[in-house]
Design a protein. Structure first.
Length: 272
């Protein structure tokens, strides 16, 4: 058995974009696409080769930006606002800040993977299930389960130890659902490929402000979300050199359902 110093370690940072909401509280009205409810739900993971180096680079960049007189009166840069002054978050950051973060990430040794679910297609599936079984009820954890299994059951680089750091949302049931889905993903992998991965898996939930690597994952997710939600593709196009794979579960191509977008088969821009 290898010594601890010789262990091959993989670090994934996992976050989400969008929300799992489909219906109102009565389970009748479809809310997908209405204000405050997303059209897609995306689960992504960022493979980071050198976590400490990426953290140091992002934290140093944030410090430099906060010290820049250009941003002195910007609300999101004020500590009391608990936004960019505390952490990078693409939705809250100024365009000038986003450009700096994206430029840094393009120079980093990272690789982004994501699974995308079209929630309107999911609504149709839920209705079919309800018609077949009146006792069926959609659970938001089911969506986490599905995307987590797709995100982690593929044949990729293996290691002695895999660290999975999830962005915590303060929902214990969410974290439990992801842990359960990871175990099921390992079962899927063994059935599909005929052998079990022997690595040790360490799972941890952290707030994004506690780890700059989670903030980096957020940036990739934001770029991908802009493509799917708003048809604005320039951000994910910019970051495409750092993308490993995007799995769209619902797109239909001919008779096939689902598609994998990679370096050899990139996403088709929607804003041209």
């Amino acid at each position: 058995m290898a010594d601890a110093q010789e262990l091959d370690v993989i670090n994934y940072f996992i976050d989400e974009a969008g929300d799992p909401v489909l219906f109102d509280r009565r389970g009748k009205k479809v809310l997908v696409g209405e204000e405050g409810t997303s059209k897609y739900f995306i689960l992504g993971k960022l493979l980071v080769d050198d976590c400490d180096a990426l953290r140091d680079s992002l934290n140093q960049l944030r410090g430099n930006l906060l010290a820049d007189p250009y941003f002195r009166k910007v609300e999101s840069m004020k500590p009391e606002r608990q936004k960019t002054a505390v952490m990078f978050h693409a939705r809250n950051d100024l365009p000038e800040v986003r450009r700096e973060v994206f430029s840094l990430l393009l120079k980093s040794n990272v690789r982004f993977y994501a699974v995308v679910r079209n929630k309107l297609d999911l609504v149709n599936f839920v209705r079919q299930q309800t018609d077949a079984d009146p006792n069926y009820r959609y659970r938001e954890n089911d969506l986490y389960d599905t995307l987590t299994r797709h995100l982690f059951n593929k044949l990729r680089r293996t290691a002695d130890e895999v660290n999975l750091i999830f962005a915590s949302r303060g929902k214990s049931n969410r974290n439990a659902a992801l842990r359960k889905a990871l175990a099921e993903a390992e079962q899927d992998f063994e059935q599909k490929f005929g052998f079990a991965r022997k690595h040790t898996v360490n799972i941890q939930a952290k707030l994004s402000k506690e780890d700059a690597c989670l903030q980096a994952c957020d940036y990739f997710l934001w770029a991908l979300q802009r493509h799917f939600e708003m048809g604005e593709s320039r951000f994910i196009e910019l970051m495409w050199p750092q993308v490993g794979e995007i799995h769209d579960l619902d797109i239909t191509q001919g008779s096939r359902r689902g598609a994998f977008y990679t370096q050899q088969n990139p996403l088709v821009p929607q804003d041209e």
